[in-house]
Structure formats: structure tokens, C-alpha cells
Write a protein of this length. Structure first.
Length: 149
């Protein structure tokens, strides 16, 4: 019998548009030249949103990440106030990825986190890096731990 946890399908009903709403419109687009501002407008259209979900599901079902999504552009920027720019550590590199691939990664990451938490695959005291787990949650855990000692 196959567990439902391993069925990793998205549908328009199950997936909302929150991952894209959180993205900053002023971020520099990657090699696809698609800005978050335009992608947000495109995804507002229900047919485009459904196609986005179809692309996500196809990547998952085929266990394939298209080469287009792996393409990146690297920008090298000199760090300010360095004595010498002869060393590599005097520079900062910024990698720009394709916007659609970043959005798909965000959606998959949110869904994986939801599945992990809802199926108790993450220890209850694991708080760092998880959504809806704040400093006040850490305070409750610490207080409970202290009171039970």
C-alpha cells in the first residue's frame, strides 16, 4: 500500500499564490529576463497559473529539472575599500537564476515543509528555518522544558 505522503502532486486548489506574492518586485531578473513584477501579473491569470502548476507537476513526475532552469548568470562585484583587488576575496559574486525556476523551488519547498510537519517528520523542537515557528514558540518550548525538569 502506497502512503499518501509520497504522492507529491500540486493542483490549483491545493496550491495558492502566496510564494510569488512574497517576492520582491525590485530583484534583478536572471537569464530569462523575467522580473517578479511581470511573473506576478502572468500568474494572476488562472489559465497561466494552471500551466505553471502543470510545469511543476511535470518536473516532479519526470524527476527532471530542465536545463533552462539550471542556467544562471554570475555578476562579480568588487568589495569596497579593499587595499588590493589582486585577490579573489576582494570580490563578491552574485548568482542570478531563472525567475520561474526560483518560483517552482519556492512552491516545492513550501509543500515539502507542510508535508514534513503535518506527518511529524520534523522534531517538535525543530524551530529554525520553518514557517510559523517564531521566537515566541521557542519561548514556550523553553518554558515547558524548564517547568518539566
Amino acid at each position: 500500500m502506497e502512503s499518501s505522503i509520497f504522492v507529491f502532486q500540486f493542483s490549483s486548489k491545493l496550491t495558492n499564490r502566496s510564494p510569488i506574492e512574497k517576492c520582491n518586485n525590485s530583484l534583478t531578473p536572471g537569464p530569462d529576463k523575467l522580473s517578479w513584477r511581470y511573473l506576478k501579473r502572468i500568474i494572476k491569470n488562472n489559465m497561466c497559473f494552471k500551466r505553471f502548476i502543470d510545469i511543476t507537476n511535470t518536473c516532479i513526475n519526470l524527476d527532471h529539472w530542465p536545463l533552462h532552469f539550471k542556467t544562471s548568470t554570475t555578476i562579480v562585484i568588487p568589495k569596497p575599500n579593499k587595499e588590493s583587488y589582486d585577490l579573489l576575496k576582494a570580490y563578491q559574486s552574485i548568482v542570478l537564476l531563472n525567475t520561474i525556476s526560483k518560483l517552482i523551488e519556492k512552491v516545492i519547498g513550501e509543500r515539502m515543509q507542510f508535508l514534513m510537519i503535518s506527518n511529524n517528520f520534523i522534531h517538535p523542537y525543530q524551530l529554525e528555518g520553518l514557517k510559523q515557528r517564531s521566537t515566541s514558540d521557542i519561548g514556550v518550548v523553553a518554558t515547558t522544558y524548564h517547568n518539566n525538569k
